[in-house]
Design a protein. Structure first.
Length: 348
């Protein structure tokens, strides 16, 4: 049995495209749960319209926009997905679409290789219409002991549920939505890592079977004050995953620090480019640079880690930014403290 789920929150502009992509699948034996997650537009009417036309589509009505809303405790209709029967589950974002042979190829790949979880590539479509292929380098089937060893190659495909096939027996064991459904914007990544920890066999299919649309309203435009807290949550989750066999291999440790650097570099860029009050920006940057984990990163040999960025150039970028800040009575002391901290880090 194949199940697909879609959470729709004010997705009227894209929802038809997503649903049509499922209706057009070459594998036709499936059940498709489409949840209106408390929308204020006409998403629910669209879902009802399609459900009336196609018995494979099951409409569900939620009350709030919550990432972890798809669970059988709230929606008894979903109980068969978590009953431990043979089959697989996939998730489609309401803004994306699957290519017509997604279900067929992923189901065949999983059953032929006895997989608990499988990933595929995507076509990323920017707001200007340009395409970027995001494909795994090659097909790979991994036993449990090999999953950690290859994490650096497939990690980017574990950052969201879309494009993944989950074995139903795996879902019944770990109950992803209830156990990990409250982790805000990064709960999907944590959930997939959790699923991988419990997988006996995982696979990567090196084909683009999903179209992922980067909508303007989804592009990062500012800074959220809890992002750095989530970076540390993700660091802990990834470290725990990399150590699930009891030891942290050197290559895994290098990869862990690379991920931490990528996370804080993106967040710091969002901070200085945001329209947040200057004092708030200074406090948020300072929270990152004074953090013990950041200081430990700066003590690492970046060439050994494989980083292309020069450590001092990275820090001087923020010194240059601090020099442009308005120097008034409210911010002067905070700016000086930040500059002092950055200069000290440059000498590490």
């Amino acid at each position: 049995m194949i199940y697909i789920t879609t959470n729709a929150y004010n997705a009227a502009s894209t929802l038809r495209r997503a649903i049509e992509s499922i209706k057009s699948q070459t594998l036709t034996d499936f059940t498709y749960f489409v949840l209106d997650n408390g929308s204020t537009d006409n998403s629910w009417e669209i879902i009802q319209e399609y459900a009336a036309q196609d018995s494979r589509i099951v409409p569900l009505k939620g009350t709030a926009n919550c990432s972890g809303a798809m669970n059988p405790q709230d929606f008894p209709e979903l109980a068969p997905m978590y009953s431990g029967q043979d089959g697989y589950m996939a998730v489609l974002d309401a803004g994306d679409e699957y290519k017509p042979d997604f279900l067929e190829k992923m189901a065949l790949f999983c059953t032929n290789n006895d997989l608990d979880i499988a990933f595929c590539g995507s076509e990323c479509v920017s707001p200007d219409g340009s395409l970027r292929l995001d494909d795994p380098p090659n097909n790979r089937v991994m036993e449990s002991g090999d999953i950690v060893r290859y994490i650096s190659e497939y990690y980017q495909y574990t950052t969201q549920f879309c494009g993944i096939f989950f074995r139903l027996k795996l879902l019944s064991r770990i109950k992803i939505p209830r156990a990990l459904g409250n982790f805000y914007g990064m709960w999907e990544n944590k959930a997939v890592l959790h699923a991988l920890e419990h997988s006996k066999r995982a696979g990567v299919l090196a084909e683009s079977l999903r179209k992922h649309y980067l909508l303007p309203e989804q592009m990062p435009v500012g800074y959220k004050s809890n992002w750095f807290w989530w970076v540390n949550e993700m660091f802990g989750q990834l470290r725990m995953f990399l150590m699930h066999n009891g030891t942290l291999r050197k290559e895994s440790e290098k990869f862990l620090w690379l991920r931490y650097f990528v996370w804080i570099k993106h967040i710091m860029a969002y901070i200085i480019n945001s329209d947040a009050p200057t004092l708030e920006q200074i406090v948020d940057i300072n929270d990152i640079v004074k953090n013990d984990r950041t200081k430990l990163l700066l003590r690492q040999n970046w060439k050994y880690l494989g980083m292309q960025t020069d450590k001092k150039e990275f820090l001087r970028e923020y010194l240059a930014w601090a020099a442009t800040l308005p120097d008034d009575d409210e911010t002067r002391l905070s700016i000086e403290r930040l500059k002092k901290k950055l200069n000290k880090l440059c000498k590490m």
